[in-house]
Design a protein around this ligand. Structure first.
Ligand SMILES: NC(=O)c1ccc[n+]([C@@H]2O[C@H](COP(=O)([O-])OP(=O)(O)OC[C@H]3O[C@@H](n4cnc5c(N)ncnc54)[C@H](OP(=O)(O)O)[C@@H]3O)[C@@H](O)[C@H]2O)c1
Length: 346
C-alpha cells in the first residue's frame, strides 16, 4: 500500500522569522515510531503551541518537528490490540508537539499509552474544543476537589479569564455551584464571561493590590493562568484554608511570596502539569469531561477555526493577548481548498 500523504506544520527551532513554521507535505514514512497511526480530524491551538510556532518560548525538544500538542481523529493503523482501525481517539500532551511529531498534521503516529479512546458523549470536534485547555481545566477542578475546596467557602478567582483554560474553568466551576470572579485584561468581554458563569468581572488594569505579606482575604480560592506578580498578589489575598491552582505563566514565570499565607492562613498552592498526567487519571478526567464536567456552554467558547496556513498569524495574536476562547485547527483544509470550518472531515 502506498504511503498516505498529508499536510503538516513543520517547525524548525533554530530558525527565527517567517521561515520558522511552514506547511509541508509528509507521508506516513516521515512519522515517528509508534503503535497507533491516527488520521487527525481536528486539533486545537493552546498557549504552548503559540510559543512553539512563533519561537516565543522554548517548547520543542527536537527539530524539525511537526507542532501541535492536541489531536483527535480515527485510528487508521494499529499494532496495539486495544485500538482497532476506525476507533475514535484523543491524544493530548505526553510529548506530542514537543519531542514527537504533533497534531498540526493530517496524521500522527504515537505510542499506544498516549492514546485515550473517545468517551461516549464526545466526538473529535468537541474533544478538541476542549483539548489541552479543557483537560487542564478539569484537572484544576479535580485538584481543588481533592483538597476539599467547597462552594460554600466563597468565591473562586479565575485569572487570565478570557483565555482557553480560563473560560472553560469558569464554565465548569459555575456549573458545580461555585461563585466565580473573573479577572481579565479584556473588560469588553464582560458580558461573554458572565454568560459563561462569572458572577463578576474585574478589570486587570483597575484592581489594586497591596504589598503586605497578608492582604485582605477576598477569595476562597483561585485558579491562576498568569503567574508572576499577579499570582504573588492572589496568594496574599486568599481566605483561610483556600487553594490556589497555579497553571500558567502568561504574565511571568517568577513567584515572590512569603510563607505567611501558608503558615498563618493554611493556604495551599497546588501545581499541575497536564502534559505529564498519569494515564489512569487522564482516562478518568476525559470520562468526566464527557459527563459531569462537560461544559454546558461548550459552543460559546469556540471563537474561531483555522487551517495550518493561518497558525503563525493566530499564534502571534494569542501571545499578544489578542485572542480569546478556544480556537480549533482543521489540518486538512489546506489540501482540500475548503474553509477550515466546512472542510470534509476524514
Ligand atoms: N500547567 C499546565 O499543564 C498548563 C496547561 C495548559 C495551559 N497552561 C498555561 O496556562 C496559560 C493559559 O493557557 P491558554 O491556552 O488558556 O492561553 P490563552 O488562551 O492565550 O489565555 C491566556 C490568557 O492570559 C491572559 N494574559 C495574556 N497575556 C497576559 C499578560 N501579559 N499578563 C496577564 N495576563 C495575560 C489573557 O486573559 P485576559 O485578557 O482575560 O486576562 C489571555 O487570554 C498559559 O500560560 C499556558 O502555558 C498550563
Amino acid at each position: 500500500m502506498a504511503d498516505q500523504s498529508f499536510p503538516a506544520l513543520m517547525i524548525r527551532e533554530e530558525v527565527a522569522g517567517a521561515d520558522r513554521a511552514q506547511v509541508v507535505t509528509l507521508t506516513s514514512a516521515d512519522l515517528m515510531e509508534g503503535d497507533v497511526e491516527i488520521e487527525v480530524a481536528w486539533s486545537s491551538l493552546n498557549y504552548k503551541d503559540a510559543l512553539a510556532v512563533t519561537g516565543g518560548g522554548r517548547i520543542l525538544r527536537h527539530s524539525p518537528l511537526v507542532g501541535g500538542i492536541d489531536a483527535a481523529g480515527r485510528v487508521v493503523h494499529s499494532v496495539a490490540p486495544e485500538f482497532s482501525v476506525g476507533t475514535e481517539v484523543i491524544v493530548t500532551g505526553c510529548g506530542l508537539g514537543e519531542f514527537h511529531h504533533g497534531g498540526f498534521a493530517g496524521r500522527i503516529r504515537v505510542p499506544a499509552d498516549w492514546v485515550v479512546a473517545m468517551p461516549e458523549g464526545l466526538d473529535a470536534r468537541k474533544a478538541m474544543l476542549l483539548g489541552t485547555a479543557g483537560f487542564t481545566a478539569a484537572m484544576a477542578i479535580s485538584r481543588l476537589e481533592l483538597n476539599l475546596q467547597e462552594p460554600s467557602a466563597g468565591p473562586i478567582l479565575v485569572t487570565g479569564a478570557s483565555g482557553g483554560v480560563g473560560c472553560l474553568v469558569i464554565n465548569m466551576l459555575a456549573a458545580r455551584g461555585f461563585e466565580v470572579i473573573a479577572l481579565s485584561g479584556k473588560p469588553a468581554l464582560s458580558d461573554w464571561l458572565k454568560s459563561l458563569g462569572a458572577s463578576e468581572v474585574l478589570d486587570r488594569a483597575a484592581v489594586t493590590w497591596g504589598r503586605r505579606p497578608l492582604e485582605k482575604a477576598r477569595w476562597a480560592g483561585a485558579v491562576d493562568l498568569v503567574g508572576g506578580d499577579l499570582l504573588s498578589s492572589v496568594v496574599r489575598s486568599i481566605r483561610p484554608w483556600g487553594n490556589v491552582v497555579s497553571i500558567g505563566l502568561a504574565g511571568g514565570a517568577e513567584l515572590h511570596t512569603t510563607v505567611m499565607p501558608f503558615i498563618l492562613r493554611g493556604v495551599s498552592l497546588l501545581g499541575l502539569t497536564s502534559a505529564r498526567c498519569p494515564m489512569p487519571w487522564r482516562r478518568e478526567l476525559w470520562q468526566r469531561l464527557a459527563s459531569d464536567l462537560m461544559p454546558r456552554d461548550l459552543a460559546a467558547v469556540h471563537t474561531g477555526t483555522v487551517g495550518l496556513d493561518e497558525l503563525v498569524d493566530v499564534s502571534t495574536r494569542m501571545l499578544a493577548g489578542r485572542t480569546h476562547g478556544r480556537i480549533l485547527v482543521s489540518p486538512w483544509s489546506v489540501v482540500r481548498g475548503q474553509s477550515p470550518e466546512t472542510v470534509d472531515k476524514p
